[in-house]
Design a protein around this ligand. Sequence first.
Ligand code: ZN
Length: 228
Amino acid sequence: MPSRPCCARGCPRVTTPDGYGDYCPKHARHYRRHGHPEQDPLTKGEVTRLKKYVTKLIDRRRNSPEIWDKLDSSHRALLSDLRAESLTTKVVYRGNRHKFMLLHAMEAAEAKDFILTALAISYLHEYDSRRFKSDEAFFVSLARRILMFNRTSWSGRLTPVERKDGSRTLWKTQTYRDPARYYSSEVGKMVAKVFYPPGVALRQGEIRTDKMTADVLRAPVEALTLDA
Ligand SMILES: [Zn+2]
């Protein structure tokens, strides 16, 4: 198959000559990594800020201990389901690989860190759905942050680095290995199934609180117009 223009908006590059994809190598890699060729990646800093914010949202609610308990037990339930399944199936194949991937990530992560990451990205989707170019971009972006908890998803590489005095040394850099988009997407769906609803609820609760504040602020004005 001859090269064709890349399908990403405004991209001047072409597809690889013998490839069947619609995108140039750069956009094909971006698609695999972020679930959409034009998806803005979720940065670590952005997720960290969101996690802090979501923590605040929960802590300022009167029933916050209950909410944390509920999130904890959802996390435990998901983990024990995955553990039970891995014990019975044992063999990894296309149909269950994503379950093993999620299991390993969950076992490597601290429960609270895992919960907050899933919750923060779900909250973000409800807060600004345009942050994600498609449903798949949401699932894959969510999965990427989750799968990064698993240290075996990282591979080391030695890079030559020049010291200030001109001598050279080898520096170990770690890169995250992106799984095929299908698996990331499936991992994202499993996580979203459990943590998307509470993420949405947090945002909805926030809107209600904002509305209450707005009502209170409007009240004196209404009182004046009623008197007139
Ligand atoms: Zn391109």
